[in-house]
Design a protein around this ligand. Sequence first.
Ligand code: NAD
Length: 363
Amino acid sequence: MSEVVNCDGSVTEKSANELVFVPRAELVKKTVARLSGGRRVFTVTDENVARLHPELLPERDVCVLKAGEDSKTFSSAENVCRKMLEAGITRGAIVVAVGGGVVGDLAGFVASVYMRGVEFINVPTTLLSQVDSSIGGKTGVNLDGYKNMLGAFKMPTSIVICPEVLSSLPEREWRCGMGELIKTAALEPELYAFVTQNINGLMEREPSAVEKAVKAAASFKKKITDDDPTEKGNRMILNLGHTVGHALEKCDSHKLSHGEYVMLGIELELYMTQNSDSDFRDSICALLKKAGTPELPRFAAEEVCFAAKSDKKNTDGKITLLGELGAGKVFVSKVTNSEFVERYKAAVKIFDERRHSAKGKRE
Ligand SMILES: NC(=O)c1ccc[n+]([C@@H]2O[C@H](COP(=O)([O-])OP(=O)(O)OC[C@H]3O[C@@H](n4cnc5c(N)ncnc54)[C@H](O)[C@@H]3O)[C@@H](O)[C@H]2O)c1
């Protein structure tokens, strides 16, 4: 909860990180206008969303970015700020992100620094952003290929989620979102049971299954991030698979999508953390496979280790890996560089054996 002191001295309580579910795309614009309470709005989106979903965007003050991870840079953030300045946007305005995680992370970062901070509303339009990236106030941009190296915690006041807009998502982006959904499900037993039972419906985008899973995953992340907004404790569990995922993303220069690296990262990190409960681990990996884990890009373990060393979660010169104990319990494992290299090599071997035996069974 944050507080706003009005001119007459009265205090309005204002909820932050509030989830607002909207059933139809045509209602999104109206909902954002209502939440903005008549204040001026500056909208950030990308070219695909602008083309496919003009109904989500207002008539004026819209900044359209090039789609994709390459837009998540300090210089793009600077350009957006410049456009805001040129448009006469002042401190009382609201920045609204309408797009996937790239738009949300960048616009949130802009909202955190423009004139020392303006209010922020997020309208996520990818599965990944609806179940994960739009919630909890992590914003930022990449630096020299390293993920989210510059950033700030900027809690959106509201997150407006409309699963209907997901129908236009390309197949590959759907799979990426499924990776983050399965990660969240691995942390929440009830959601895990639902995703396991409905994996085919989810992959076929059956509306009621999608709506239920999005609501449950978003609400779970909201609860975790409300309790630990700046990741001093339990919020860390949401990083399952992200140390290795981000390291691969850096080594591979973002050739795949973030969600695809996360899928690979979850599987490899589960193999790298030996305490993982093997039945549960196998069941997560089977779900990821159904969702379409991509081919593993090949890099020397030392190279992946070098990239992982810059991860923000690391402490005491050790690399942080997360393992899954089952039933939503995660443990943290701190490893030295040489342990990382050894475990990464062993994990890739298991990864390959599993792909090989699955191929053998099909032939
Ligand atoms: N802040 C956080 O807590 C957090 C958590 C996880 C991931 N992330 C970040 O999120 C980013 C990945 O997010 P993403 O996968 O949403 O990527 P993205 O924003 O690049 O979107 C993926 C693609 O889908 C397109 N798109 C968006 N909405 C669409 C729609 N409704 N229909 C058709 N196409 C649409 C986009 O134009 C883009 O081409 C990464 O930068 C990652 O680091 C942040």
